[in-house]
Every structure is written in structure tokens, then in C-alpha cells.
Write a protein of this length. Structure first.
Length: 163
């Protein structure tokens, strides 16, 4: 499995993007035309899914990433719930209802699996990567060299080429 270099590499983000695109397409229908607050709410919920996945990824810590994935998962539930409202108000067809509902359920399941994977991972995230450490001997040698340079002392064996 290839390591994700950016949130765009995550399959769950790609699926969430498709979900968001579908929500926008559906809510452009004239049946929604007078219900501006509902359109805004369902679109914001869909955008929240992809936004939380990407923001969590960029935080650089698995703990924070998991927290944002849970928020994205909650937004999937909100999109699914709002599909019921849209269907009950005759804004969408049964086919559109099932398509978006199933897509939200799929993304939610993927998020749940991803969360469980990250919980079990020993990796902490890029935020916690430490640079390679020098040995005590290397560190001591560098400190001694800096002190000697400040005091104008030449290291042993260093010949003055002008002499």
C-alpha cells in the first residue's frame, strides 16, 4: 500500500468529494429552489466531510486526525439524515435518495475503518517525527570545537600553512 503524501491521495477523501459533488448536483434542482436554508445546510454538511478529512490529515498527528475523522463521520450521518428530509419533501427521487444515502454510508464506513486503523497504529504522525540524534561523542566533539574556535585555539595537528 502506497503512503499518502497528501489528503488528496486518500481514497476516503476522493469518495467524500464524489459525495459532495452529488449533493451539489441534486440541490441545484428547481424543487429545492425556495428552501435556501435547507440547501445551505445539506451542502455545508457535505463540505464538512471532505474538509474535516483534509484538515485532520494536515494537522500532522494521528490523535488530531482521528478527532477530525470522527467529525467527518458525524457529517456523513447528517447528510444521510438530510436526504430523508429531501425525500420526504419530494425534493429528490427515490433513486437520488438511495444513491446519496448509500454513498454517505460508504464514506462513513470507510471513515470508521480508517479510525480503527489509526487507533491501532504505532505511528504518531509527522508532527512527532524527531530528527536523527547524534551520539554523545559526536555532540561533545562539536561543542569542544565551537569552544576552541571562540577562544582562537587551533585543534591538535592543525598546522598553519603560512608557517
Amino acid at each position: 500500500m502506497k503512503k499518502a503524501e497528501s489528503f488528496e491521495d486518500l481514497v476516503v477523501w476522493q469518495k467524500a468529494r464524489e459525495l459532495t459533488k452529488r449533493v451539489y448536483e441534486i440541490t441545484k434542482d428547481k424543487k429545492f429552489s425556495g428552501d435556501f436554508s435547507f440547501i445551505d445546510q445539506i451542502r455545508r454538511a457535505a463540505v464538512s466531510v471532505i474538509s474535516n478529512i483534509s484538515e485532520g490529515f494536515e494537522r500532522g498527528s494521528n490523535t488530531e486526525f482521528i478527532q477530525f475523522l470522527f467529525l467527518a463521520k458525524g457529517s456523513c450521518g447528517e447528510v444521510r439524515c438530510q436526504m430523508y428530509v429531501a425525500y420526504d419533501q419530494w425534493y429528490i427521487t427515490k433513486e437520488d435518495f438511495n444513491t446519496v444515502k448509500d454513498s454517505a454510508r460508504q464514506v462513513s464506513g470507510m471513515l470508521g475503518n480508517f479510525i480503527e486503523y489509526l487507533k491501532g497504529s504505532e505511528l504518531k504522525g509527522t508532527k512527532f517525527k524527531t530528527p536523527p540524534r547524534k551520539s554523545w561523542a559526536e555532540e561533545s566533539k562539536e561543542i569542544l570545537q565551537r569552544i576552541m574556535e571562540r577562544q582562537g585555539i587551533k585543534p591538535r595537528g592543525a598546522e598553519d600553512p603560512k608557517a
